[in-house]
Design a protein. Structure first.
Length: 404
């Protein structure tokens, strides 16, 4: 099983002798399904060539802050936004000092300042450099800012000394990256996620549907798996592969989706309804293909079942999260839906005019009884992880309120 499928890893390489190990790291990351982009400092290019890293990552390597060729397509801000995790390996004493200072005089430090992604730093240096109080103070500074320090290991060093300062091996760095995603906050919980559109048949060949691609719901299912949950993904027709570890139930219509959700809801802990379920369907589906006539055609539509409201009513202990896709007055509509359906949380997003549907980025506004949070525009995969954090925290709040 590929543990980093679809994850975007930005590997920063600074000028240390351990830079040769980064080549193997790129290979291992890609074996696990990650997409890798490499940024190198100027002195890193003295230790290993950008060409090697380009060939291994199958992507251009970035070395300059002001790169006229790349600036329009993938500037430093774009790279910062692109990343799910930034790992700097090896991280020299010099790089760590610049990071501690908040320098932005070259590409790697600049994008570390600009990114909202998790940053990991793998120090690699001579043992005296590592033990120097200046380095220790810099490590403390960046660690207090939430940057993860992985390693160093102790042992024989390239300079002939023995002691702390060796960069961790690629295998250990891989585990450190996996740990960023796999946080275990929903371990032992059963999460149902609905995703995609529904198709409501008109006749044997036609249907009513919507523009939902399922990308958000699938990203939510993946994030729930990473959080350690057992996941049932109830999916409308989409062109996506289900996450390997999820149990996936494929449906077409709103009624099928309702039935699949209610069937799985018994004993489940959280229901996240990201599917764009049709509000109306044809009461009577024509048995044969409807022929084109002279006049207009009127379809008689009736309301579909409200999947989320039914599930919330059936089991009040189920923590229910709805999605509201709106083209206007987002907050008012979302809060109305939250209250009307008796939900625990709602994630609202603006749709239309190229927003939300069938694109890889989105922004969300989250509302719950007594709170709200805006999640800024980000890749849906990262947004889903942030959403899962908020859901887990509200879920556990609800549980502890029940017991008090
Ligand atoms: C042969 C050689 C090996 C080096 N190895 C390391 C090292 O392992 N760790 C380190 O912190 N600095 C090491 N340095 C020093 C860095 O290359 C130097 O501080 C450089 O300015 C780092 O630049 P950067 O942080 O922008 O990549 C080494 C220098 C040389 C000449």
């Amino acid at each position: 099983m590929k543990r980093l499928s679809g994850k975007r890893i930005l590997l920063g390489i600074s000028g240390g002798i351990a830079a040769y190990k980064s080549a193997e790291l790129v290979r291992r990351l890609r074996e696990q399904g990650a997409e890798v982009r490499v940024v190198m400092t100027r002195s890193a290019c003295e230790f290993i060539t950008p060409l090697t890293m380009q060939a291994l990552s199958s992507n251009p390597v970035y070395t300059e802050l002001l790169d006229h060729e790349h600036e329009t397509a993938m500037g430093h801000i774009d790279l910062a936004r692109w990343s799910d995790v930034v790992l700097v390996a090896p991280a020299t004493a010099n790089f760590i000092a610049r990071l501690a200072q908040g320098s932005a005089d070259e590409l790697l430090t600049t994008l570390c300042l600009a990114t909202q992604a998790a940053i990991l730093v793998a120090p690699a240096m001579n043992k005296q450099m590592w033990l120097n109080p200046a380095t220790a103070a810099n490590i403390e500074t960046i660690s207090n800012r939430g940057i993860g320090i992985v390693g160093p290991a102790a042992g024989e060093q390239a300079c002939g000394e023995v002691g702390p300062g060796r960069m961790l091996e690629p295998e250990q760095l891989l585990l450190a990256i996996q740990a960023v995603f796999e946080n275990g906050m929903l371990a032992g919980k059963h999460v149902i996620v609905t995703a995609g559109p529904t198709r409501e048949p008109i006749d044997p060949v036609r249907y009513i549907s919507n523009r939902s691609s399922g990308k958000m719901g699938y990203a939510v299912a993946e994030a729930a798996l990473e959080a350690g949950a057992e996941v049932t993904l109830v999916s409308g027709p989409v062109a996506l592969d289900a996450p390997e570890r999820a149990s996936c139930v494929r449906v077409n219509t709103a009624i099928e989706m309702r039935d699949a959700v209610l069937e799985n809801a018994a004993g489940a802990d959280i229901l996240i309804a990201a599917a764009a379920v049709a509000d109306y369907h044809c009461g009577a589906i024509a048995a044969q293909k409807i022929k084109k006539g002279d006049g207009a055609l009127t379809l008689n539509l009736s309301k579909t079942p409200d999947v989320l409201a039914e599930a919330a009513k059936l089991d009040p202990s189920l923590f229910t999260v709805g999605f509201a896709a709106e083209t206007e007055t987002l907050k008012d509509n979302a809060i109305k839906k939250l209250e009307a359906k008796g939900l625990d949380m709602i994630a609202a997003n603006l749709v239309g005019e190229g927003q939300a549907f069938d694109v890889d980025e989105n922004a969300l506004e989250l509302y719950w009884n007594g709170g709200s949070l805006k999640l800024e525009i980000a890749p849906k995969t990262r947004l889903a992880r942030q959403l899962l954090h908020v859901i887990a925290s509200n879920y556990y709040d609800k549980q502890s309120n029940k017991t008090h």
